[in-house]
Design a binder for this molecule. Structure first.
Ligand SMILES: Nc1ncnc2c1ncn2[C@@H]1O[C@H](COP(=O)(O)OP(=O)(O)OP(=O)(O)O)[C@@H](O)[C@H]1O
Length: 313
């Protein structure tokens, strides 16, 4: 059974005349990572800020484990951890002291602080740097320390706002593995990013936002199913004038056939039989193929089909 951890109902946020978030509702279950994907300015950080209790919504409500932020702010905040977009650390205090200070802020009982700090530093792979100051850390290590700070009080829900910004690939992988371990431990996670590759790797469910609105939500397969075609085939052809695009589109399982210069773009349901049919049709028409590549539809295609724009501007 899915246990709902975070429940978000009708959240709205305006900055003056600008509607940054326009009535958004969603939930996150235990053991689930929800990816919040959208281009710059989509409203991801504003949404996360309201869920974290950092900024007051103009309308709507949030609750964690059935405890409403508006009804019991301290009880709510004790159940969440936030990894902000901008790293927030005391640079000149040892890593362990940083974690303990955050633990005290989150209301973690004093006798448990030292032990919890050691546990979370171990979890993020910084146990051997506990006495060192973050001023001497790489960007990736600072991020991992920030994650440790957000976990010290053992929250049910972890909110991460673009946690891989400025992080080297090795640290990024370490962060991904930590997040996967947290999921296995039954934590609920919300992860905002504008990198679709991160969402494709980590997310159990995805919310796609643009201009403060929720455009689509679902698991990756559910989102891909909304696309006209699940697979793509790109062919560089000679004698493109001989092509009969209408005949190609009429082939079984072919959803799209477009020609841009010498590039033929095919959208199809199933690569195996579909590509065979296309190649046979091209051979019969006397059209030679110089290069061929295939691909799976991705979140970029989903965003494009929803908005007509690229996710990355
Ligand atoms: N404090 C603020 N005052 C005024 N406008 C704001 C403020 N914070 C955000 N905005 C505006 O609200 C909209 C949503 O911003 P938000 O930071 O939530 O988007 P985002 O999806 O997190 O973008 P990014 O990926 O760039 O962080 C944007 O148009 C932004 O300019």
């Amino acid at each position: 059974m899915n246990t709902t951890v975070l429940q978000v109902q009708g959240l709205k946020k305006n900055y003056g005349p600008r509607q940054a978030v326009r009535e958004i509702s969603f939930s996150v279950h235990a053991g689930e990572l929800l990816g919040l994907l959208g281009p710059n300015g989509a409203g991801k950080s504003s949404t996360l800020g309201m869920v974290a209790g950092l900024s007051a919504p103009d309308a709507g409500s949030v609750s964690v484990g059935g405890i409403g932020l508006a009804q019991d702010e301290a009880g709510y905040k004790a159940r969440i951890g936030l990894v902000p977009q901008d790293i927030a650390l005391f640079e000149d205090l040892p890593a362990q002291t940083n974690v303990e200070l955050f633990g005290a802020l989150y209301g973690c009982p004093k006798p448990r602080l030292r032990q919890r700090a050691a546990e979370v530093l171990e979890m993020v792979g910084l146990a051997d740097r506990a006495r060192d100051k973050p001023a001497s850390f790489s960007g990736g290590m600072k991020r991992r320390l920030n994650i440790a700070c957000a976990l010290v009080h053992d929250p049910e829900l972890l909110l991460l706002d673009e946690p891989t910004a400025g992080v080297d690939p090795q640290s990024r992988n370490a962060i991904f593995e930590q997040l996967e371990a947290l999921k296995r431990a039954g934590k609920a996670l919300v992860y905002t990013t504008h990198y679709m590759e991160e969402v494709e790797r980590l997310a159990d469910r995805v919310l796609i936002m643009d201009h403060g609105q929720l455009l689509a939500s679902g698991t990756l397969p559910e989102l891909y199913r909304q696309l006209p075609a699940a697979q793509t085939l790109q062919l560089e052809v000679e004698d493109a004038a001989r092509l009969d695009l209408a005949a190609l589109r009429a082939l079984v399982g072919i959803k799209k056939a477009e020609l841009r210069g010498s590039q033929l773009h095919i959208g199809l349901d199933e690569l195996g039989t579909g590509s065979q049919l296309v190649l046979q049709a091209l051979a019969a028409a006397g059209v030679a193929v110089r290069h061929l590549s295939s691909g799976r539809a991705n979140l970029e295609d989903v965003f494009l089909s929803l908005t007509g724009r690229q996710l990355r501007d």
